[in-house]
Design a protein around this ligand. Structure first.
Ligand code: ATP
Ligand code: MG
Length: 566
């Protein structure tokens, strides 16, 4: 886990916390929470919030709770609760014994509501949802008071109790805070606190048929848990006066709400609603489809928790919305995998290559380096024989200028092996397609070293045909063709911009035999091709399936270099 050694504040949230520590506002405590609603899988945007909340707690030797905001039973499921816990743990964070649910506090929240009724600060309103919307006014016009606004405390208490008892149908009544229908802030125009929803809850079952709204639940849950800093995204800035109003009226522990800009990432969408649409519409194979920006999708794709945490640290937190280039996320991943992933040789689109002057039955075990970045990772043996596969792309019958790979009459190096020269090309008579190459090798060049100072420009990867394993490789590309699929000016549905080529499946790839039995989730660099991982769902001992995590070419590093050169 990344530890932040500096105790210097590094962003405006830490400035606020330091100030609160200085003034002893919360007795020197720092206590944050991560409050997911279990209505979908977590995505990379949530990772930013998780890193922030758990990171701040760690930095200030405080605590961070995990609290499920399960106040809307119609959209919430146990499956989501379990996936969220798994994802947070995988990211490397630990909530200890502080796993909570808003539903743990339903009784207490009900009591708080009763208190507000008794203070004359809340009332039962019989307007329909539409009528409430209509009488709410607009940004330029004040709202109108509900005709039920002046019900007596006794009547309100009675009605609210009967709402709880299930006497009234869904949508027939709500409990509203009595604040100010003329407030410039629409959130303060008598917001709804409770609604009737006769839907079983994944934890409380049939016990409740009234449920608190997010706004009424959130601050009070923060308060009950003794949270000091309630960090949320910018869209809640306008809700802060309401957050404060409830806590002031109830006169209970009052955490400070701080808003930051949510993460937007190019070429993807970060909204559970839209991600659910992709899952339900079959546009992807599930929440963990390796093209999804979900934590489970990124994990299956081969991302490491370290790279995601590093990314979250690098993007920082700000008060203004912006879009982060997905190339930065990929850059963080390459940096990490470059250090850790063993190199192996794999051929995605195999072309058969026969070495005419290599003895028929000979097999040599050649030494290959596992990771030049880390000598400790050692070496391995790779078998070499008369018949090999090379990458179809590495041969051109009619090469363009500056072609350093294989072509008729050209000499190249086979990595860790020998110099070879192409002496013949076999084609399919019917299609004209090249189906086999014939080469000779220079026995003096063993290990790929030049025997006489003779230089070759190209080094190719290869596998021995009889020793290699046939595997499936799935190549992924960006999910969308537009950087901001939800913000296009033509206003088209975001799904219009799905990339039709985001997945390419190659079924007859070949990998070196050291990959036999590779465990699901293992990550490798396929030399010259990119980083790949063993798929955790579809791979088996009999048939390995690899996901391309990310190609080698780093567009972000290029941008960074460009900036330094300016
Ligand atoms: P979505 O819009 O994807 O449905 P949400 O905000 O409704 O997300 P919650 O489960 O309520 O999802 O989010 C839990 C926490 O994660 C909240 O504090 C929320 O502000 C934060 N969060 C959600 N999306 C992002 C994002 N893109 N960047 C940073 N934080 C986020
Ligand atoms: Mg939410």
């Amino acid at each position: 886990m990344t530890t932040k050694d500096s105790i210097q504040p590094t962003n405006f949230i830490e400035d606020i916390i330091e100030e609160d520590l200085r003034t002893n506002r919360y007795g020197g405590r720092v206590h944050t929470r991560f409050p997911p609603e279990p209505n979908g899988y977590l995505h990379i945007g949530h990772a930013k919030s998780i890193c922030l909340n758990f990171g701040i707690a760690a930095k200030y030797k405080g605590l961070c709770n995990l609290r499920f905001d399960d106040t809307n039973p119609s959209k919430e499921q146990v499956e989501y609760v379990e996936s969220i816990k798994e994802d947070i743990r995988w990211l490397g964070f630990d909530w200890g014994n502080r796993l909570f649910y808003a539903s743990d506090y339903f009784e207490q929240l009900y009591e708080y509501a009763v208190q507000l009724i008794k203070k004359g600060k809340a009332y039962v309103c019989d307007l329909t949802a539409d009528e409430i919307r209509e009488t709410r006014g607009t940004l330029t016009e004040p709202g109108r008071n509900s005709p039920y606004r002046d019900r007596s405390v006794e009547e309100n208490l009675d009605l609210f109790q009967r709402m709880r008892a299930g006497e009234f149908p869904n949508g027939s009544r709500v409990l509203r805070a009595k604040i100010d229908m003329a407030s410039g802030n629409l959130n303060l125009r008598d917001p709804v606190m409770y609604r009737i929803l006769k839907v079983p809850h994944h934890r409380t079952g049939e016990k409740w048929c009234i449920y608190p709204t997010y706004d009424f639940a959130h601050g009070q849950c923060d308060s009950i848990e003794g949270i000091t800093h309630s960090i949320c995204t910018l869209e809640f800035e306008d809700h802060r006066p309401l957050y404060d109003w409830y806590l002031n009226e109830l006169d209970i522990h009052h955490p400070r709400q701080i808003e930051f800009a949510r993460l937007n990432l190019s070429y993807t969408v970060l909204s559970k609603r839209r991600l659910l649409e992709l899952v339900e519409g079959g546009y992807v194979s599930g929440w963990d489809d390796p093209r999804m920006p979900t934590i489970s999708g990124l994990r299956r794709r081969g991302f490491t928790p370290e790279s995601i945490r590093n990314f979250c640290e690098r993007i920082g937190v700000a008060k203004a919305d912006s879009m982060v280039d997905i190339a930065l996320l990929e850059h963080c991943l390459r940096e990490d995998l470059n250090r850790r992933a063993p190199r192996v040789m794999a051929v995605l689109r195999p072309l058969r290559l026969v070495i005419d002057n290599y003895p028929e039955d000979q097999v040599e075990e050649l030494e290959a380096i596992n990771n030049p970045e880390d000598p400790e990772m050692g070496t391995r043996k790779v078998p070499f024989s008369k018949v090999l596969y090379i990458e179809r792309d590495d041969f051109r019958e009619d090469p363009p200028p500056k072609w350093f790979r294989l072509a008729p009459g050209r000499e190249v190096r086979l990595r860790y092996a020998y110099y070879i020269t192409c002496v013949g090309v076999v084609k399919d008579k019917r299609t004209g397609e090249v189906v086999e190459l014939h080469c000779t090798y220079d026995p003096q060049s063993k290990g790929g070293w030049s025997p006489d100072g003779r230089k070759v420009r190209g080094t190719l990867h290869w596998v021995s045909a009889p020793h290699s394993l046939e595997v499936e490789v799935r190549l992924y590309d960006r999910l969308f063709v537009k950087a901001n699929p939800v913000g296009e000016k033509d206003g088209a549905d975001f799904k219009t911009y799905l990339n039709p080529n985001s997945l390419e499946v190659l079924t007859s790839c070949r990998v070196e035999p050291s990959l036999r039995g590779a465990a699901p989730g293992n990550r490798y660099q396929f030399e010259r091709l990119g980083y790949f991982c063993v798929d955790s769902v579809d791979s088996s001992e009999e048939r390995l399936v690899f996901n391309r995590t990310v190609p080698l070419r780093d567009t972000w590093a290029k941008i960074e270099r460009g900036q330094k050169n300016v």
